[in-house]
Design a protein around this ligand. Structure first.
Ligand code: NAD
Length: 370
């Protein structure tokens, strides 16, 4: 079987602790299931700055470019708060996103039944929630030019950010959303502000046209992004896939994330365009949380976000759908048994550390894969 090449970038803080639990799963899949994952490992963030004076070295960038998928832990911490801006830890992640041209950010918001009571919403509103927010990641107002602050000379300054989208950028993110929907409940809700923004008008037109041309089997709905925010906290289960731009996606995905409880539970994927020859997309998988310096090195971090990110990698980079389903089911089963890290601890549950949580999920995954 051809090798499945994974490049691991554990990073700083709790990144390496969480990644170690994924490494155990990979080792078992290789040993028991002949999965043929070939892993290599590099440095990113503060640890890369300490070693090379850059947030990621050119050599590690080249490995990331060549891999089938990159697994990323977390970067940053107080030790590097004062390093020059261009080499700050986050610059490593930004370079990866830019050089790999990862334009589609996938943020699932899944509420495990066992954690429904941990949500800020009523349990019946979130129990069984399973939505996927697809955020455009490389365009829009965060990158548009001009982006300036000008001194007007009269005691006033003027700040300008530019929201800009071209047709092809909207077409390709809409395509990802429709394709993902086909593997789920076949329904897409596109969110923009066409009532007050020209980019919203174009977004709406291009999504509608893309749907008509190639994906008319998928149900499509449009919603103004502010109304979408309201609906997300009023009745989140009405959604399957939500597709939106960089700015609205940044906010709406954080809102959706919090419906499901702790930061330690949330995975994400960032995908690029399919390669013209191989059809493979460049991809990076990472937990939503940061390096959690307050708990790093204590062995208490929740590894679920990292493990669930690996499940996304199995699904989207390697089409290992059964394995991804089993790994996600293993996480749900472990939670059902009342096994919890500190961040998701509940009365009557058993409190465990990072390694025990990883072991419990692996054991459950092995049982489900038998
Ligand atoms: P954070 O996500 O690291 O932590 C926020 C809180 O959530 C902390 O109390 C932390 O202990 C807790 N937490 C996070 N992940 C957890 C897990 N897996 N298990 C248990 N508890 C968990 O955010 P922050 O404190 O704002 O940032 C800390 C550092 O991480 C900063 O240097 C920041 O720049 C960086 N950061 C990196 C990324 C990334 O690598 N993608 C993302 C966000 C923040």
């Amino acid at each position: 079987m051809t090798a499945r090449n994974l490049f691991l970038l554990p990073g700083d803080g709790i990144g390496p602790e969480a990644m170690a639990e994924v490494r155990k799963i990979i080792a078992w899949m290789n040993e028991a299931k002949g999965a043929n994952f070939v892993t290599d490992e590099g440095l990113v963030g503060g640890c890369a700055y300490d070693a090379h004076g850059a947030a990621i070295s050119d050599a590690d960038m080249a490995k990331a470019m060549a891999a089938d998928a990159v697994l990323f832990g977390a970067v940053g911490g107080p030790k590097w708060d004062a390093v020059p801006y261009e080499v700050r830890p986050e610059a490593g992640l930004l370079r990866l996103r830019k050089d790999l041209e990862l334009f589609a950010n996938l943020r699932p918001a899944i509420c495990y039944p066992a954690l429904a009571s941990a949500s800020s919403l009523k349990p019946e509103l979130v129990e069984g929630l399973d939505i996927l927010i697809i955020r455009e990641l490389t365009g829009g107002v965060y990158f548009g030019e001009p982006k300036t602050i000008t001194d007007l000379g009269n005691g006033q300054k003027r700040a300008i950010d530019t929201q800009v989208y071209d047709t092809y950028e909207i077409e390709r993110i809409a395509g990802v959303a429709f394709e993902m929907a086909r593997t789920r409940k076949n329904s897409v809700c596109s969110m923009e502000k066409r009532n007050v923004m020209k980019s919203g008008v174009l977004w709406n037109q291009v999504v509608t046209q893309t749907h008509k041309d190639k994906y008319s089997d998928v149900k499509l709905e449009h919603m103004l992004a502010d109304a979408g925010g309201m609906q997300l906290v009023r009745a989140p289960k009405q959604f399957d896939v939500i597709v939106t731009d960089n700015l609205f996606g940044d906010m709406l995905s954080d809102v959706a994330a919090m419906l499901t409880g702790s930061l330690g539970m949330l995975p994400s994927a960032s995908l690029g365009a399919p390669d013209a020859k191989t059809g493979k997309r460049k991809a990076l998988y990472e937990p939503v949380h940061g390096s959690a310096p307050d708990i790093a090195g204590k062995g208490i971090a929740n590894p679920i976000a990292m493990i669930a990110s690996f499940a996304m990698c199995l699904r989207y980079s390697f089409n290992m759908v059964t394995e991804a389903d089993n790994l996600e089911k293993a996480i749900a089963n472990v939670l059902d048994k009342g096994i919890r890290t500190g961040d998701i601890m509940a009365e009557g549950a058993t409190r465990v550390g990072t390694v025990e949580m990883g072991d419990a999920i692996l054991a459950e995954f092995q049982a489900l894969s038998a």
